[in-house]
Design a binder for this molecule. Structure first.
Ligand code: URA
Length: 240
């Protein structure tokens, strides 16, 4: 097995990040530092160390959490804020958020220790759609809706086409549903602000075909093998 795949499968990092870790000389195989990419590992025989720690295969875990607002999407927070990892604290394996939701964003978040899966779910080239419901200030105009759908010019470039619909309206605000696949930092909030309708609150309601269904805020469930296979297949077929 190629070394970068071995590291990704062992949950160290995505394949791309593992290549960087190798190039940085942080991996030893059988006591020898290996910094070239071409190495092949025999998982039954070779002893692989990362920063001096033995790399072991772990059971792969895939969790879907209904994230409450007020929890940060990191493994730990230097400012001491609650993390999403605390919400799955009864699972003893090391888990990482698959992409990020902002501190004040709620909704569907996947957590896993499968680095390759994480990469496929969040890299824009795999086109995994994510759906959000956003309450925005004011009554959105047809021109702004069209702009959101066609692509908005942000400081990091034009956004890809999105699917946008109006779900509800009251005197001061509108609830829209927006589906995107890029997952740039604070993307929905920046898109809405750029067309003149700042976001008041944001919830992710779907990740590919997965929806929250009856999952209460703060609760999680394991994905089943069919769901995991389906997500992998989607990522594969979206790049063909
Ligand atoms: N877009 C945002 O602006 N924030 C999120 O948390 C997710 C998507």
């Amino acid at each position: 097995m190629r070394l970068s795949k071995y590291l990704a499968d062992a949950g160290i990092a995505s394949r791309r990040k593992s290549e960087k870790i190798i190039a940085d000389g942080r991996i030893q195989i059988n006591g020898v530092v290996v910094s070239e990419q071409g190495w092949v590992v025999d998982p039954d025989k070779d002893i692989v160390m990362f920063d001096g720690m033995r790399v072991c295969f772990q059971e792969k875990i895939y969790i879907m959490l209904n994230k409450p607002a007020g929890y940060i999407c990191s493994v730990n927070d230097p400012h001491g804020r609650p993390t999403v990892i605390e919400l799955v604290g009864d699972i003893k394996n090391r888990l990482y958020p698959v992409g990020r939701l902002d501190l004040d964003t709620e909704g569907l978040l996947i957590l896993s220790n499968d680095g390759e899966f994480t990469n496929r779910m969040i890299h824009p080239r795999y086109h995994i759609n994510k759906k959000y419901q956003a309450w925005i200030e004011g009554h959105i105009t047809p021109a702004a809706l069209k702009n959101l759908a066609q692509g908005v010019e942000l400081e990091d470039g034009l956004t890809a086409p999105a699917s946008v619909t109006v779900l509800e309206q009251n005197q001061q605000s509108t609830m829209i549903e927006i589906e995107i696949h890029e997952g740039r930092k604070r993307q929905v909030k920046r898109m809405c602000a750029a067309v003149g309708f700042p976001v008041i609150s944001l919830k992710r309601t779907a990740f590919a075909f997965l929806t929250l269904d009856n999952l209460e805020t703060g609760q999680y469930r394991h994905l089943n093998p069919q769901e995991i296979e389906h997500l992998y297949k989607l990522a594969r077929s979206n790049t063909n």
